[in-house]
Design a protein around this ligand. Structure first.
Ligand SMILES: [Zn+2]
Length: 159
């Protein structure tokens, strides 16, 4: 273990604890535990301090010092104690990591900017040079899945 590893997660989440860290010349990997004392049910919005279990997610984040940066995060599941709620168990929500996503929100924003600035093959190469691992197919899917709330142009002939 290298003690010179910095902790970029500290800026994301005050409840995050690094329990394992390893760094090589090209890669930084952490195992992080989120130690919240309570959580809010995403369905009924009532608070819960009744823990159910823990589970792991593998997440990629912004590169650090020209290193690919990724981590495994251990988050908690909670019981919803509201008898009127459909959800009996829910997973902890994190403001910086969308449910089921494998990339942090800040990395998603950077990827989206790169994907929309050029074609997907070039975007893949730009990401690779920035130590962000993503395929051109995934970049293409991102571009296709973005929905625009656009209005008809005032200059459009056929409105
Ligand atoms: Zn609930």
């Amino acid at each position: 273990m290298n003690n010179s590893v910095i902790n970029p997660i500290a800026y994301l989440d005050g409840n995050a604890q690094v329990i394992y860290k390893v760094q090589s010349e090209k890669e930084i990997f952490l195992i992080i535990k989120i130690d919240s004392q309570s959580a809010t049910c995403p369905s009924c919005h009532s608070g819960s301090s009744h823990r159910h279990s823990r589970y792991c997610r593998n997440v990629q984040d912004l590169p650090v010092s020209e290193c690919y940066f990724h981590f495994q995060i251990i988050v908690q599941k909670w019981f919803c104690d509201n008898p009127d709620c459909q959800k009996k168990v829910f997973t902890e929500r994190l403001s910086w990591l969308a449910p089921y996503q494998r990339k942090t929100a800040r990395l998603e924003r950077v990827i989206e900017k790169i994907a929309f600035s050029t074609n997907c093959l070039t975007a893949e190469k730009v990401c690779e040079s920035l130590h962000i691992r993503i395929s051109h197919d995934t970049l293409l899917r991102r571009v296709k899945n973005v929905s625009f709330n656009h209005q008809a142009s005032p200059f459009c002939r056929y409105r």
